[in-house]
Design a protein around this ligand. Structure first.
Ligand code: C2E
Ligand code: MG
Ligand code: MG
Ligand code: MG
Length: 279
């Protein structure tokens, strides 16, 4: 009986693997098509200060495919990274969000921060810095308005080259932010060597800030590190007012999360910013 059960579970396992494989294939195929036919677009999630004024935006890519429906970026970004599609996807994200930001910036008459997620694959392209500068020039956007979000996986190899690229970006005036901070590989000694402008506290810490003293302590440490290195700090994934209050008490001054705003299309953002700049 046991043997039979084992054989069965092997079967189930294999078919799950098969399913995952087939899904990956179709996401890859449809994404290649989607990139060629404009079925991707950007949404923007506001970042707010203590007074709940919008001081920044994070650009988040979205994809609705005719056959697959909405696919989450967590899924298709990973597929893109494994299939050679990350460079064209990254180019789309950069170009579209800078172009849309430029429109908004003109209407608004003042700058806010534009944060864009950059995949490891993009970041490692030899012409990455040049391509960013070119897009900024094309749409007449100041490098001072741009924040590039990177993740800790970047540092798993090739530290010196990554460091060099970060330095190049910062010389130009582009800021670099460490996304999902605290979840990955980076150590304190790594941070000491890295010239970063911002840390983003990962949502997983914010999620348990009220119940879990360990998570709360982690956040306190991250805030201390950011303050010690004069880095900007953003808490992501804030869903409740009590979480925001706790973060404020700990010294965090910048927030992103459903409690304040969800990611929204450009037009909704336009309305939000028009409302708040009148009052
Ligand atoms: P991320 O960069 O950490 O982005 C934050 C994610 O948390 C977004 O999910 C956002 O919609 C979600 N979020 C923000 N506030 C809340 C909240 O209060 N509650 C909950 N439950 N979620 C919240 P999204 O848009 O699904 O993106 C997931 C991940 O996919 C991103 O994580 C990022 O790693 C990647 N991604 C998204 N857009 C891009 C892009 O344009 N380029 C690259 N390379 N990666 C992207
Ligand atoms: Mg991000
Ligand atoms: Mg994040
Ligand atoms: Mg995150």
């Amino acid at each position: 009986y046991e043997a039979k059960q084992n054989r069965n579970s092997v079967c189930v396992y294999r078919s799950e693997m098969e399913q995952a494989y087939l899904r990956r294939l179709s996401v890859e195929q449809r994404l290649r098509y989607g990139l060629a036919t404009n079925s991707l677009f950007m949404m923007y999630q506001p970042q707010v200060n203590e007074e709940q004024q919008t001081v920044g935006l994070e650009a988040l890519v979205r994809w609705k495919d005719d056959e697959l429906g909405f696919v989450s970026p967590a899924e298709f970004v990973e597929v893109a990274e494994k299939s050679g599609l990350m460079v064209p996807l990254g180019r789309f994200v950069l170009e579209t969000s800078v172009r849309e930001y430029a429109e908004l910036r003109k209407e608004l008459g003042r700058s806010i921060d534009l944060a864009i997620n950059i995949s490891v694959i993009q970041f490692r392209q030899p012409d990455f810095v040049t391509s960013v500068v070119k897009v900024l020039e094309t749409y007449d956007v100041s490098p001072k308005d741009l924040v590039l979000e990177i993740t800790e996986t970047l540092f798993m190899s090739d530290f010196d080259r990554v460091l060099f690229t970060i330095e190049q970006l910062r010389v130009i005036g582009i800021r670099v932010s460490m996304d999902d901070f605290g979840t990955g590989y980076s150590s304190l000694s790594l941070l000491r060597k890295l010239p970063l402008d911002e840390l983003k506290i990962d949502k997983s810490f914010v999620d348990s800030i009220l119940e879990d003293e360990k998570a709360a302590n982690m956040i306190r440490s991250i805030i201390a590190i950011a303050q010690g290195h004069s880095m900007e700090l953003v808490a992501e994934g804030v869903e409740e007012s009590e979480q925001a209050s706790a973060l404020i008490k700990m010294g965090c001054r910048r927030f992103q999360g459903y409690y304040f705003h969800r990611p929204m299309p450009l037009d909704a953002l336009r309305e939000l910013l028009a409302e708040t700049s009148e009052s």
